[in-house]
Design a protein around this ligand. Structure first.
Ligand SMILES: Cc1ncc(COP(=O)(O)O)c(C=O)c1O
Length: 388
């Protein structure tokens, strides 16, 4: 048989999904793969029931249903003051996952370079490989996850750099980039003529006093920012696979074509049902923030009582716990043993870092109180069961 594609030969199984399997194998409470174990808003599921009876059930317009795009544009204007043309500047995709891939395919030629902050969400590595681009990593330095402006400039000024990927708020480190930091990134992007591809799926999961700023709103950034986002986290509907790209018309025009050939379109009935969510009043987003703040406080409060070291997230729903005290050389083995001996699933931090970083594991806390309390009860024994 002829060899399969060299482009994909280096792909490994997602470590996150692997840890879910390990958790299941040992009956562990799975705090590895990040999705909520509570229901989406009832207004959305009720609307889905109506739509099931009346449709639409056939293909929507390839770049997304008109009312869905109009609702997205209105929401973007409401939260960020951005005027977005729903016809020329939005493509509805199958999650932010497809949005990122379509953006990368639209921007990059094989051999182009893309700057990525490390630690990073693992899909970005695959996105660069599939689009033929080469990643250049710039460290966000733990425990504060600040970056060094000179290091960033050294990366961005390299020949062939086409884009920078900005995950804000960040998975896995929970960083919310400040307006000042975004200004530094924006100035370099303009100076070196680089596109910024953002992943903003956690835009509404930001802990006070931190504030999410969309980099497209900074001077000179609207035309070079490709916003990738989704409804997965904001409305607790990760399985619906609804995302979108927002960008200037010339970029959107290209993304529309890539998206058309990749997937044809997002699910028409789900778009119809989710419009009601996009039209929720401000109180919904305030309650969402309060709900996640409660879960964060519950989980990190428990970690503190146990005496574990962790980095306090500013946004998203993950916490990185420092496992140096346990003396393991491999955080992967630590996570496997944690699932087996303690009964809690986590993701080894090394799967997010380009640097040889072995001291963190990632838990997510988008879970009901009972689930988080049960995990904390198990973690009380962590030193007894895991010390080398
Ligand atoms: C940073 C980040 N981007 C994208 C995704 C996937 O988003 P979607 O469900 O919209 O494809 C995730 C899911 O965990 C994520 O953490």
């Amino acid at each position: 048989m002829k060899q399969l594609s060299t482009r994909t030969a280096g792909f490994t199984d997602s470590v996150i999904r692997r840890m879910t399997r390990v958790s299941n194998q040992y009956g562990a409470i799975n705090l590895s793969q990040g999705f909520p174990d509570f229901d989406p808003p009832k207004e959305i599921t009720d609307r889905l029931a109506e739509v099931a009876g009346m449709g639409p059930h056939q293909y929507a317009l390839t770049w997304g249903a008109q009312n869905f795009r109009e609702a997205l544009a209105q929401k973007q204007k409401h939260f960020y003051g951005m005027e977005v043309d729903p016809d020329r500047e939005i493509v509805v995709t199958c999650g932010s996952t497809e949005a990122m891939m379509a953006a990368m395919m639209s921007v990059c030629n094989p051999g182009d370079k893309v700057v990525i902050f490390s630690p990073f969400y693992e899909n970005y590595g695959a996105d660069t490989i599939l689009s033929g681009a080469e990643p250049i990593y710039v460290p966000l330095k733990p425990p504060t996850f600040d970056f060094d402006g000179n290091e960033l400039e050294n990366a961005m000024k390299q020949p062939g750099v086409k884009a920078l990927i900005l995950c804000n708020p960040s998975n896995p480190c929970g960083k919310v980039f400040t307006a000042e930091e975004l200004k530094v990134i924006a100035e370099l992007a303009i100076k070196y003529d680089i596109y910024v591809i953002t992943d903003e799926v956690y835009e509404h999961i930001v802990y006070k006093p931190n504030v999410h700023t969309c980099i497209a709103t900074l001077p000179g950034m609207r035309e070079r920012t490709i916003i990738c986002n989704s409804l997965s986290k904001t409305y607790s509907i990760t399985g619906w696979r609804l995302g979108f790209v927002m960008a200037a018309p010339e970029i959107t025009d290209r993304v529309k074509k890539v998206h058309d050939f990749l997937t044809v379109g997002a699910a028409a009935p789900l778009m119809e049902a989710a419009v009601v969510g996009l039209q929720f009043p401000d109180s919904y987003y305030e309650e969402l923030r309060e709900h996640y703040t409660h879960m964060k406080n519950l989980f990190t409060g428990g970690l503190k009582e146990i005496g574990l070291q962790f980095t306090n997230p500013q946004g998203a729903y993950y916490v990185l716990v420092d496992i140096s005290e346990f003396g393991y050389e491999s955080d992967l083995i630590f996570c496997e043993e944690l699932a087996q001996k303690v009964g809690v699933g986590a993701v080894p931090g090394s799967s997010f870092f380009k640097e040889p970083e072995n001291r963190y594991i990632r838990f997510h806390f988008a879970k009901q109180d009972a689930t988080l309390n049960a995990a904390l009860e198990r973690l009380v024994d962590i030193r007894m069961k895991m010390k080398k």
